[in-house]
Design a protein around this ligand. Structure first.
Ligand code: ATP
Length: 862
C-alpha cells in the first residue's frame, strides 16, 4: 500500500508526532510512505509544476538525488533477511533546481519546489516530534472546497500511485476528507471520461482508503476525549495563568484571560479547572443574557460579580476570569474580555487587566501527552488503513479515557456539527449532552471547586467528617485533589480534615480542619502540602483505630501510591476488630511510578512524564551537539517500568530497559550491534544523539554505569556515551494541567463515593436497629458486623452495622472507563513483593516493542 499523510487546518502541537508515527509504522508494515505538503492545497497542486519543469529540462530528475529512492545504496533497500534492516531511509530531499532557487527540503539541501506529494523515508521524520506545529506545512485550501479542486487532487494521488491517505486536522479538514471519500467514485469516473486515466488505473484505484486523526487545539471534535494539540495548548494557558497569579496576588488585581475556542469551551473550562479560576465563560453553557441589552439587572454581570465579590469578601486577593473566544450569553450576544474588565472595574472597583494569549497557545514544544497519544494513534491509523475494505467506513482515530478508539469519521463529523447547530439554536442542553462525559464532569468540577456557597444542605446525619491523607512519595496533582475534596466537603456541609504527615501525623493528632481559602493556591503546587511518608497503619493499628474514633472520622480519602493501597488494605482487614474502620474509605492513586494495580493512570504520572521529556529534550540536544553521543538516562519507578517505557515513547529513545523485562547478555549484545549498525547508516557528520532509558531497577548487575561504559567501549569510532540520572526531578515541580484537571475530576468522584457509602451505611445502621437478620438478607453475609460506642454524627450512634468490602475501594481508570475496585479484590491483582500490578496495560499492549520498533531496532535476537 502507498500511504500519504497530510496535516490541514490550524497547526497543532503533536502533528509532527503523527507524521513520524504514521511514516514509521507504515514502513514497518512494508508500505510506501508519502507526505503531502501544505495540506489539501498540496493535494490539489500535486507535482504538476515539477513534471512540467522536468519536461522543460529546468530541473534535474529527483532520481538523480543521492538520497532518492531509485539510486539508494543497497543497504537502504528492504533486506528482510538482515535483522538490522532499516529501509527507506531518506527520500524527503527533492531534486536540484538548475537556477538554484527553491523551497528547501527537509534536510535543506535540495528543493521541494513544485513538488507537494513527496516520498519520505525513515530518517526524514527522525526526532520530529519534539517540534511544535507541523513540519510538512498546513494550509486552508479554498480550491479543495470545490469539486474541480478535488478532481485535481484525485488525479494527483493516482499519478503517484497512492491509494490511502491519513488526514490530520480539525473538524473542517475531516469534513473535507469525508466529502473526498464520498465523491471518489464519481471523481474517478470523470477522470476516466476525460481520458485522464485509463480503465486499468480506474480499476486499481477504485477504493480510496482514508483515516482521520484529529489535530486541533480546541478539542472540539465529538467522539474523542482529546484532540491532538489540545493538551499542549492547555499547558501554555496554564503556564500563563500560573505566571499571572503571582502578579494578580501581589497587586490584588483581577485578570481577564481570553483563550482560543470558537465553538468549544474545552480550553477555557479545563484552564479554569486546572488554573483555579474564579469564573469562566464558555459557549456550551452560556450565562443569562447581559444587562447591557435588557437593562434592569439580573444578567450574567450580576452572577459574575456576586461570585467574585464573595471570594473577595473572605480575603481572596486575586481574581482570574477566563473567557473562551466564542463565549456568548444565552441570547448569543458575544462576551468580550474588554467588557468583562469594564464590569469588574466599575461594579467591584477591581484593578483589572486583560490578557489575550493569542497564538502563544498554539505552538511550542509538545507536552508528553501530545507525543505519546499521536504516536499510538498514528500506529492505529496505519492498521485501520491496512484493514480497510470498500465495505468498512472511514475511521477517525480518537481516545476515550486511556483507550485508543476507532469511530466512523462521518458520525464524529456529524455529531461535531450538531453541537455547533445546537448552540446556534440556543439548545444549550443538547450542546452539553453532545460533549463527552469528561467535559460535563469537568464543568461540574469547576463549579464545585470555585463557587463559594453551600449548594446542598444535607441532613445532619448525612454530613461527614472526612479525613484526607497523603501517602508515599509526592506526585503532581495530590494537592489539587485535596483542594477539590476540601471544597466539595465545604459545599456539601461536610468537615474536611487534613491529616498531616500520614499515619505518623494521625498518631500525633496532627489533624486539622481545612478552609476554603487555605487551599486556594494548592492547585498549582507540587510536593505535598499535607506532608507525606510511607508509614503504614500497622505501625500501631489499635492506636490508629482509636484516633479514627477520637477524631470521629466518618470517611477517609487516601491519596498516594502503592503505600496508600497497602494502607487501605490494612484498614479494611482491621475492620474485623476495629469498628472505627467501618466507614467508607477510598484510595485515589497518585504516584509517578504508576504502579498501583488495576489502574492505567495515577495522578502524577503525567507530570513526571513531562519532567522526563523536558530533561531528555535537553540531554538529546547536548548529545546531538556532540554528534555521536549515546546518553544512558536513568529513571525512577521502582520495580515498575511504566515511566521508563512511556518516557522512551515520548522522547524517541532507541532502547528501554525495565524491571519487568529485565536485561541479559543476549539483549545487550543485540543492542550494541543495533546501535553500531544505526550509527554506521547515519549521514556522515550528521549523526544525532540517541537516548537509552533505563529504569533504576532494571537489573542489579547491568547498572547504568556499566551500560554507559560498555557502550563507550563498544562504540569505538562510531559513538561515545554518557549517563544522566534524573532522580527526584521526575516528581516534577509544577503539576501538569492534565494531572490537575484529572485530580479534580477523580477527587470529586471519590467524595461522592464516600457520600454514597455513608448513606448506605446509615440506612443499614437504621435498619439494624430493627434487627440484624434483615440487613444480612438484604446486603448479603459478606459483611463485617460491629457495634460502636457513642458518636455525634451520622450512623455512629451505638448501633450494629456492617461495612461491605466495596465501601473500601480504589478508583481506577481501566481502558475507556472509571471503575471502583474494592481493595480486597485488588489484592488478587497485586504483585505485593515487587510493589506493582500483576498485569500492566502498557506491557500487554506492547508499548515497549513499539518504542523499539519505531527506532528500527529489530525484535528478534540476532
Ligand atoms: P481548525 O480546527 O484548526 O480550524 P480545521 O480543519 O477545522 O482546523 P478548516 O479551515 O475548517 O480547519 O478546514 C481546513 C481545510 O479543510 C479547508 O481549508 C478546506 O480545504 C478543507 N475543508 C473544510 N471543509 C470542507 C468541506 N466541506 N469540503 C471540502 N473541503 C473542506
Amino acid at each position: 500500500m502507498k500511504i500519504a499523510i497530510l496535516t490541514s487546518g490550524g497547526d497543532s502541537a503533536g502533528m509532527n508526532a503523527v507524521v513520524r508515527s504514521v511514516v514509521k509504522a507504515a514502513i514497518l508494515k512494508n508500505c510506501e510512505t508519502w507526505i503531502v505538503r501544505e495540506g489539501y492545497e498540496g493535494l490539489v497542486r500535486g507535482n504538476t509544476e515539477y513534471y512540467e519543469a522536468l519536461a522543460k529540462g529546468t530541473v534535474e530528475d529527483a532520481a538523480l538525488s543521492p538520497d532518492s529512492k531509485d539510486i539508494a545504496p543497497a543497504h537502504y533497500k528492504v533486506q528482510p533477511t538482515d535483522p538490522y534492516f532499516l529501509h527507506n531511509l531518506r527520500f524527503g530531499d527533492g531534486p536540484l533546481l538548475k537556477d538554484g532557487t527553491g523551497d528547501y527540503g527537509f534536510t535543506g539541501k535540495r528543493t521541494l519546489k513544485g513538488r507537494y506529494i513527496v516520498r519520505v523515508g525513515w530518517d526524514d521524520v527522525r526526532a520530529w516530534f519534539a517540534e511544535g506545529g507541523t513540519l510538512i506545512g498546513t494550509a486552508r485550501s479554498a480550491a479543495f472546497r470545490t469539486r474541480e479542486g478535488r478532481l485535481k487532487a484525485a488525479h494527483n494521488l493516482i499519478r503517484e500511485g497512492i491509494d490511502a491517505i491519513v488526514v490530520c486536522g480539525g473538524d473542517g479538514s475531516l469534513t473535507g476528507a469525508d466529502v473526498f471519500r464520498a465523491e471518489w467514485p464519481g471523481l474517478l469516473e470523470e477522470l476516466k471520461g476525460n481520458g485522464i486515466i485509463d480503465e486499468a488505473l480506474h480499476a486499481k484505484h477504485s477504493h480510496l482508503k482514508i483515516v482521520g486523526l484529529v489535530g486541533s487545539i480546541d478539542n472540539d471534535m465529538s467522539l474523542t476525549d482529546l484532540t491532538i494539540g489540545a493538551p499542549t495548548a492547555l499547558h501554555r494557558i496554564c503556564e500563563a495563568i500560573d505566571n499571572i497569579n503571582s502578579t494578580a496576588f501581589s497587586h490584588s488585581r483581577a485578570f481577564v484571560l481570553e483563550v482560543m475556542g470558537r465553538h468549544c469551551g474545552w480550553l477555557a473550562l479545563l484552564a479554569g479547572v486546572a488554573g483555579g479560576a474564579d469564573f469562566i465563560f464558555i459557549p456550551e453553557s452560556p450565562p443569562p443574557a447581559s444587562d447591557k441589552n435588557g437593562g434592569g439587572g439580573g444578567g450574567w454581570e450580576d452572577g459574575m460579580c456576586d461570585a467574585i465579590h464573595k471570594h473577595r469578601q473572605i480575603g481572596k486577593r486575586k481574581t482570574i476570569v477566563i473567557v473562551a473566544e466564542g463565549a456568548h450569553d444565552a441570547d448569543l450576544q458575544p462576551i468580550r474580555a474588554e467588557y468583562v474588565k469594564e464590569v469588574l472595574t466599575e461594579r467591584l472597583g477591581l484593578d483589572t487587566r486583560v490578557t489575550q494569549l493569542g497564538h502563544t497557545q498554539r505552538g511550542g514544544r509538545p507536552c508528553a501527552f501530545d507525543r505519546i497519544m499521536p504516536t499510538l494513534q498514528g500506529v492505529e491509523a496505519v492498521d485501520a488503513l491496512l484493514e480497510s475494505t470498500p465495505d468498512t467506513p472511514s475511521y477517525m482515530i480518537g481516545i476515550q479515557e486511556n483507550k485508543i478508539t476507532r469511530v466512523p469519521l462521518m458520525e464524529a463529523v456529524a455529531m461535531t456539527k450538531a453541537v455547533a447547530e445546537a448552540i446556534t439554536n440556543r439548545d444549550f442542553k443538547k450542546a452539553m449532552s453532545l460533549r463527552d462525559p469528561e467535559f460535563i464532569e469537568s464543568l461540574i468540577g469547576f463549579y464545585s471547586t470555585s463557587e463559594l456557597k453551600t449548594s446542598v444542605r444535607l441532613p445532619h446525619h448525612r454530613t461527614m467528617r472526612v479525613g484526607i491523607m497523603h501517602m508515599g512519595a509526592p506526585a503532581g496533582g495530590i494537592n489539587a485533589a485535596t483542594r477539590a475534596a476540601v471544597r466539595y466537603c465545604l459545599r456539601h456541609g461536610h468537615t474536611p480534615l487534613g491529616i498531616h504527615n500520614g499515619f505518623r501525623g494521625l498518631l500525633d493528632d496532627n489533624i486539622q480542619p481545612l478552609g476554603w481559602l487555605e487551599v486556594d493556591t494548592w492547585m498549582a503546587r507540587g510536593g505535598s502540602e499535607l506532608g507525606t511518608n510511607r508509614t503504614l497503619p500497622s505501625v500501631d493499628i489499635g492506636c490508629v483505630a482509636s484516633k479514627f474514633q477520637s477524631h470521629n472520622l466518618s470517611g477517609l480519602l487516601l491519596i498516594g501510591g502503592f503505600e496508600a493501597f497497602a494502607a487501605l488494605l490494612e484498614l479494611e482487614e482491621g475492620r474485623k476488630h476495629y469498628p472505627s474502620f467501618r466507614i467508607p474509605m477510598v484510595h485515589l492513586p497518585a504516584t509517578i511510578s504508576n504502579n498501583v494495580p488495576m489502574t492505567e493512570y495515577s495522578l502524577g504520572s503525567d507530570t513526571s512524564l513531562n519532567a522526563l521529556v523536558d530533561a531528555c529534550d535537553a540531554i538529546k540536544q547536548s548529545a546531538s551537539a556532540s554528534r555521536n553521543r549515546v546518553f544512558v538516562v536513568e529513571t525512577q519507578g521502582g520495580m515498575c517500568g511504566y515511566l521508563a517505557t512511556m518516557g522512551a515513547l515520548a522522547t524517541g529513545a532507541c532502547l528501554v530497559y525495565t524491571p519487568e523485562v529485565g536485561m541479559n547478555l543476549d539483549t545487550l549484545r543485540r543492542d550494541v550491534r543495533f546501535l553500531k549498525t544505526r550509527y554506521a547508516l547515519d549521514v556522515k557528520g550528521k549523526s544525532e544523539g540517541r537516548l537509552v532509558i533505563r529504569s533504576e531497577q532494571a537489573s542489579s548487575v547491568y547498572t547504568t554505569e556499566f551500560i554507559t561504559k560498555m557502550l563507550k567501549e563498544e562504540g569505538g569510532a562510531l559513538f561515545d556515551s554518557r549517563s544522566a540520572s534524573l532522580g527526584h526531578t521526575l516528581q516534577g515541580g509544577v503539576p501538569s494541567p492534565m494531572d490537575r484537571a484529572r485530580a479534580v475530576r477523580l477527587s470529586l468522584k471519590c467524595m461522592s463515593f464516600l457520600e454514597r457509602h455513608n448513606e448506605a451505611l446509615f440506612a443499614q445502621s437504621q435498619s439494624s436497629s430493627h434487627g440484624l437478620t434483615d440487613v444480612n438478607e438484604t446486603l448479603g453475609s459478606n459483611y463485617n458486623e460491629g457495634v460502636v460506642q457513642d458518636g455525634e454524627i451520622g450512623y455512629n450512634s451505638t448501633r450494629h452495622w456492617h461495612a461491605p468490602p466495596e465501601s473500601a475501594a480504589v478508583i481506577t481508570i481501566q481502558s475507556s472507563s472509571i471503575k471502583w475496585v474494592p481493595v480486597r479484590e485488588m489484592v488478587e491483582h497485586a504483585d505485593m513483593k515487587n510493589r506493582r500490578g500483576k498485569k500492566a496495560w502498557w506491557i500487554d499492549s506492547g508499548v515497549k516493542d513499539l518504542v523499539e520498533s519505531l527506532v528500527g531496532r529489530p525484535q528478534l535476537v540476532g
